[in-house]
Design a protein around this ligand. Structure first.
Ligand SMILES: [Fe+2]
Ligand SMILES: [Fe+2]
Length: 184
């Protein structure tokens, strides 16, 4: 086995791996904020349980984004160059699903959070004993994202028309966004 293909032991990540993690998480939390802003632009005036749920989730995403804003600054990590893309794409995804109805908005949240849960879990595993500050942050936020997914499912996400297609398309988009934001 060549040196290059040897799997890395947990906790021995190069600093650039940590940097990529902070960059992609910052981008993701920004995207989440924009998705909820898009949904609230459409559903924000409603008094429904779904609209209430979205407002609560949006507040938590603001907390997540603030924490990664701070990490980006403290650690001098280059933020993603794709921010203008996520600014528009996040808002558009949120607004479009909200226009399809409250259940489609919930299907969007369930899909996004399912991928983010996997993403944060994989970061926790990759971090191992490295960077306890980042790891604690990721674990903390992962618990919120799981709660968002469960709330969205409780609000009838799976009853959205075309749920399977909608969910799979959004998950594929989020996975691509993660890949791009780690590097770019
Ligand atoms: Fe979040
Ligand atoms: Fe979330």
């Amino acid at each position: 086995m060549s040196r290059k293909s040897r799997p890395e032991a947990p906790g021995t990540q190069m600093p650039e791996d940590i940097e990529a993690m902070i960059r992609v998480d910052h981008a993701g939390e920004y995207g989440a904020v924009r998705i909820y802003e898009g949904q609230l632009a459409v559903l924000g005036v409603r008094k429904s349980a779904s609209a209430e749920a979205i407002r609560h989730m949006a507040e938590q995403e603001q907390r997540h984004l603030k924490a990664f804003d701070a990490l980006i600054n403290e650690r001098r990590v280059r933020p993603t160059a794709l921010e203008p893309v996520w600014r528009v794409a996040g808002f558009a995804l949120g607004a479009a699903t909200a226009l399809m109805g409250e259940k489609a908005a919930m299907a969007c949240t369930a899909a996004v959070e399912e991928v983010i849960d996997e993403h944060y879990q994989s970061q926790v595993e990759r971090l191992g004993e490295a960077d306890p500050e980042l790891k604690a942050t990721v674990e903390d936020f992962r618990a919120d994202e799981i709660a968002h997914r469960d709330e969205a499912l409780a609000q009838g996400a799976e009853e959205a028309p075309g749920y399977r297609f909608l969910s799979e398309s959004i998950k594929a988009g989020v996975r691509l966004a993660i890949k791009l934001s780690e590097r770019i």
